[in-house]
Structure formats: C-alpha cells, structure tokens
Design a protein. Structure first.
Length: 280
C-alpha cells in the first residue's frame, strides 16, 4: 500500500460493455491475469485462439493506437499480486489500495478542471442518484452548499422528472449511476442537455450513447473485478471522485470558500447552543 500504479485494467473495465464477444474474452484475460509472461500479439493470439487483428481492434476500443501501445502500458504497470492475504484488516486495506490505484489510473486532471469551471459558471447545480448513489448525491449537496454553491440533490425519480422541466443554460447537472442505467438519472441528464444545461455523468460504464447528452463522463473504477471487492462500499469510489472535484473547486478563490465553510460551522454551533438553552 505504499504507492499508486497506473494500470490499463480500469480502462478495460470501463469499456467492457462496448466489446464484442471475442473482445470480452480478450478483456477477461488481461483483467484476470496476475502473472508476467509473453504478451506479444502472436503469443496472446495463440493462447486465446483469436486473431492478431482482434487484439488490435480491442486495443483501439480501449483508446490506444494499437496493440503494441496497449501491451507496452500493460507490461510497464504490471504489478505482481500477493498470492495470500492474511487477516481481515490486511484484506480490506489491500482492497481499498487496489481501488485507489484504479482511481489514479482513470483520473483526468484536465477533465476535473473543466468540471470545476462548470461549477464556477453555474447559477444552479443539481445532483441526482438512487440507492447508494443517492446517498452520495446528498453528501455532495451538503459539502458544496457549505462553500456557497446553490445546489440541490434529488433521489426520487418523480422529482428528477419534474426538475428536468426547469433546466436551462444557467444550470449544471450531475448524474450519479455506477451502472449507467438508472433511468431517472439518464432522463434528467438528457432533458437538461436539451435545454442547454451542462451535464456530468459519474459512472463505472463508458457507453458511446452518453456523448449524446453528457458534457462530461467522469469514470469510476469498477468493483466487478476487484480482489475482495465485496468488502468495499459502492459509495467509496464515488466519494473519492467528489473529493477530487471539491479540492479543485475550493482552491479557486480559497479564502472566500473557506469563509463560507467557517460561517456554516458557526451557524450550526449557534443552533446547538440555542436548542440547549430551550431546555435549561
């Protein structure tokens, strides 16, 4: 758990649903492989019973110019995983470290900067999600409201649909859906985009259709192929990304935003004192 390693695995996972059956077979091989070996196009093609052309198409769908560039990155960042993990504490911490490594591999600082710019320019901000994603939407509302952002969170599908009617170019909408399939979230993003609002999808799935109605697609690491991923809260990767956005946003006009934060803390403390006084 000493350092972060750039890896191609999160990129493969985020594009998984775009692959053909043959390409998914290739993807599974690279995701599940934990041993260094001959990764030349010829060797891998023979091992998987696929053509070298299929390897090239797979690499290009992952965003690389070809298989050679893809496999170079794969070999450069390949880390031998420990065969055994002793103790629940080590297991959980290693799972979190693996997830942070995946996050590091996906983070695009230029994209975070663009999203921060949208936040600065928007008059109203909405963030929507359901289930565990809805909980992180509520967390985002509280955190950003305390530094002066006019923000509302939406967890109910009917409210998402009603709020979609009132979106315009002054608004910014965040939609949180790990699967990318939450209909209420997608509806609000689509309608908001039609009306000129900036839209940001936060998801673990990279789908071509998002380009039609999302200004930005902020990719999360998938828990699907994570070692012991079942011990990790699905909220964690979302909260890490929100922390990154928050830190970038606070750094711009930091004194003013820190003053807002301190004032909200003071208001909360005064409220507590007032409530105690009622019962004394």
């Amino acid at each position: 758990m000493e350092y972060y390693v750039k890896s191609v695995v999160p990129i493969i996972e985020s594009n998984y649903d775009n692959f053909t059956t043959v390409e998914k077979n290739i993807a599974d091989y690279f995701i599940q492989n934990y041993k260094k070996m001959d990764f030349s196009a010829k060797a891998v093609a023979e091992r998987l019973f696929v053509s070298e052309a299929s390897l090239s198409r797979f690499a290009k769908k992952c965003g690389y110019r070809g298989y050679r560039e893809f496999v170079y990155q794969y070999e450069e960042t390949f880390v031998e995983k420990q065969e055994t993990i002793t103790g629940n504490t080590r297991m959980v911490l290693n799972a979190y470290q693996e997830l942070l490594n995946k996050t590091y591999s996906l983070v695009d600082e230029a994209q975070i900067a663009r999203i921060t710019k949208y936040l600065n320019e928007a008059e109203r901000v909405f963030v929507c999600g359901k289930g565990s994603s809805g909980l992180t939407a509520s967390e985002m509302e509280i955190r950003f409201m305390r530094i002066g952002v006019d923000i509302d969170s939406l967890q109910d599908s009917d409210r998402m649909r009603m709020q979609a009617v009132f979106q315009d170019k002054r608004c910014l909408v965040f939609g949180i859906s790990i699967s990318g399939e939450t209909e209420g979230v997608r509806y609000l993003l689509r309608e908001a985009h039609k009306r000129g609002a900036k839209t940001v999808m936060i998801t673990a799935q990279n789908k071509d259709s998002y380009a039609e109605y999302c200004s930005e697609v902020l990719l999360l690491p998938s828990l699907r192929h994570l070692n012991h991923g079942n011990v990790i809260s699905p909220q964690f990767p979302i909260l890490v990304m929100l922390d990154l956005i928050y830190s970038y946003y606070v750094e711009q006009d930091k004194p003013k935003k820190e003053s807002f934060h301190d004032n909200t803390l003071r208001a909360l403390e005064e409220g507590k004192v007032g409530r105690r006084g009622m019962f004394e």
